[in-house]
Design a protein around this ligand. Structure first.
Ligand code: O2Y
Ligand code: MN
Length: 599
């Protein structure tokens, strides 16, 4: 429904709180036109037509990529911006040492003048959306107001938008409001502010991904994590996958990995032929975010709150992730990839090369010969926004309203050394210690230096909406509330030998670690008790058909106490940041680890 005053149409909801907030935003932002998104196909066609006309969308090869388009973001706006992402709790202490903090009053004082009149000459889109399966008791409603048609189009893929959301909201339901404007796309006037006490989001000055699609990192992680702490559930930066064994038994895993560590690849894993023949299967539930609640049966049940994938394009190929590639063959919005002269999307690591005399248009819109390799053609953080429903390996249970029961939780990261391929925690509390001390080498997913080792507890460093020490305590508390808790594992697909070569081939072969975890969960698999956890010996892994020398498998699994010893000072420094709010149980786990290493 589009409304250009002075002939207002009746709004499509009776929800007084929503109507009041929309009116307040209209007064503040002063758009020329107001559009309530209904989620219809006509609306999608109109958004696309408008963006093609204004040049913010480019058609791709219609026969090879039906319904697919390319968008180029401003070159100064290509990733999440952690340095201008704020948690605006009343007390600075409640945002904790890992978040930027601004007082709610200061945030309002800073951002109100930016929003004031910012939508003059623009359309204000009201996007009601559901995070989670429509009608699920675990799903939640958000409403994003934005002046970006790109955001309105992307939200349709990443969430369930429109009438269904307003129906679920009803006249009195609660929603998380998020106000967004691209503003002038000036990095100096860019802010992503979260008000956890009010459950409100204000984002100004960026049109890119997680800064602008407010349902994703802002709501489903930062605001939801604060809600979950108060309400006794968990909002986590986790993939969800379904493992089916040759007998047809299904086991569900959740996995936390820092940004761009292969979460999407693991969620869409293709078993190696020897294991596929035996009947092993992996199906996807989600690739980025999990909301988890304790069920009446005492298990932890998880939903994927999202409806699409916002995946990293570079490196995605038929070799690395054929399922992701197949998902993006239609109805997909590509952002900041390159394009061939005949309209094919292209990126580094896509698995095929254009002719050497071919020309490509790079992510900045510059056409140059492919032989000019002076800089990447696709931005390293270029993305595809694709509907989950198109994923060939999607689990039929991905939208089950009650979620799926989680039997195993994985914590992973990019570690060249120290962390073995897989280990099992001794207990839930030890698992929380493993999550709290996770570390990984940084990638291009967020602005900032890449290749630096940083502690990223639970892969939530950029996404925890409150004090990280309290978040650790929440995890410990949840352990007491889950009568049948999942087993916890740490994994590392990225360990290297002394020459810098990966010891483990990764990708589909990671299924072998999953199978061992499955065996442990079932009470069958054996393990060696080491100071850092329960580790399989090479003979405990299902290695049929694996083309890796035995000594390299052994090296991938090795626990070297001297390397772990070197971790201790770094973990102490990391823990020191949380001061009094570091749960004493974690201090105890650290002391116990030191003792075991000494023994
Ligand atoms: O949200 C962005 O702007 C890019 S980063 C991203 C995108 C999809 C899923 N996860 C992430 C992440 O940084 O964790
Ligand atoms: Mn992510």
């Amino acid at each position: 429904m589009t409304d250009a005053s002075p002939t207002p149409l009746p709004p499509p909801t009776q929800n007084a709180a929503l109507l009041a907030w929309v009116a307040e935003c209209v007064r503040l932002c002063q758009p020329d036109t107001l559009h309530w998104c209904d989620g219809s196909e006509d609306e999608k066609a109109a958004l696309i037509a408008g963006m093609l006309a204004d040049g913010s969308l480019h058609p791709l090869h219609a026969a090879r990529f039906p319904g697919c388009y390319l968008h180029r973001s401003n070159p100064n706006d290509v990733a999440r911006v952690e340095q201008v992402t704020f948690i605006c709790s009343e007390l600075e202490a409640d945002a904790g040492p890992t978040n930027n903090w601004m007082s709610p009053a200061d945030a309002r004082a800073k951002l109100t003048p930016l929003f004031d009149g910012c939508m003059r000459g623009r359309t204000l889109y009201v996007i009601p959306y559901v995070m989670g399966p429509v009608g699920s008791p675990l799903s939640k409603i958000g409403v994003e107001i934005t002046d970006s048609a790109y955001v309105a189009l992307s939200m349709r893929t990443m969430t369930r938008v429109g009438t269904a959301a307003l129906e679920q909201l009803g006249a009195n339901g609660e929603f998380v409001p998020g106000l967004h404007s691209i503003g002038e796309l000036d990095p100096a006037r860019r802010f992503v502010c979260h008000f956890p006490d009010e459950r409100l989001i204000w984002s100004y000055g960026s049109g890119y991904g997680g800064n602008a699609l407010l349902g994703k990192k802002c709501f489903a992680l930062r605001i939801a994590s604060a809600m979950a702490q108060g309400e006794g559930w968990m909002a986590e930066h986790m993939l969800l996958l379904e493992l089916t064994d040759p007998q047809g038994a299904k086991t569900y895993f959740a996995g936390a990995f820092p940004s761009a560590c292969g979460k999407t690849n693991l969620a869409m894993l293709i078993p190696p032929p020897a294991l596929a023949t035996q009947g092993w299967q992996v199906r996807t539930i989600g690739d980025d975010i999990a909301w988890m609640h304790v069920g009446t049966d005492g298990r932890l049940w998880a939903i994927n709150p999202e409806a699409g994938f916002f995946g990293v394009a570079p490196g995605t190929s038929h070799q690395t992730n054929p399922n992701a590639l197949a998902t993006t063959e239609r109805n997909t919005l590509f952002t900041n990839v390159a394009v061939t002269d005949d309209g094919l999307p292209w990126w580094e690591g896509i698995g095929w090369e254009p002719e050497t005399n071919a020309f490509l248009t790079d992510w900045k819109g510059n056409r140059r010969p492919f032989s000019d390799q002076s800089e990447p053609f696709a931005h390293p953080n270029s993305r595809f926004t694709a509907p989950a429903a198109q994923c060939p390996c999607l689990s039929p249970h991905w939208e089950d309203p009650q979620g799926v029961p989680i039997s195993g939780i994985l914590f992973g990261g990019r570690r060249n050394t120290t962390v073995p391929l897989v280990l099992e925690a001794f207990s839930w509390q030890h698992g929380v210690f493993l999550g709290a001390t996770m570390a990984s080498r940084t990638t291009a997913a967020a602005a900032g230096a890449t290749g630096v080792l940083r502690r990223d507890p639970f892969a939530m460093l950029p996404f925890c909406g409150y004090h990280m020490g309290d978040y650790f305590a929440h995890w410990l508390q949840m352990g007491l509330r889950i009568p049948r808790p999942p087993a916890v594992f740490q994994v590392n697909w990225f360990r290297k030998d002394a020459d810098g070569s990966y010891l483990w081939p990764g990708y589909g072969e990671n299924l072998r670690a999953l199978i061992w975890m499955n065996e442990r969960i079932a009470g069958r698999g054996s393990a060696v008790n080491t100071p850092v956890g329960l580790v399989p010996s090479p003979g405990d892994l299902h290695l049929a058909g694996l083309d890796v020398p035995a000594d390299r498998v052994a090296a991938a699994l090795q626990v070297r106490t001297e390397e772990w010893g070197q971790e201790i000072p770094d973990i102490k420094e990391h823990f020191a940041r949380f001061g009094e709010r570091l749960p004493r149980e974690l201090r105890g786990e650290l002391a116990a680890l030191e003792q075991r290493l000494r023994d």
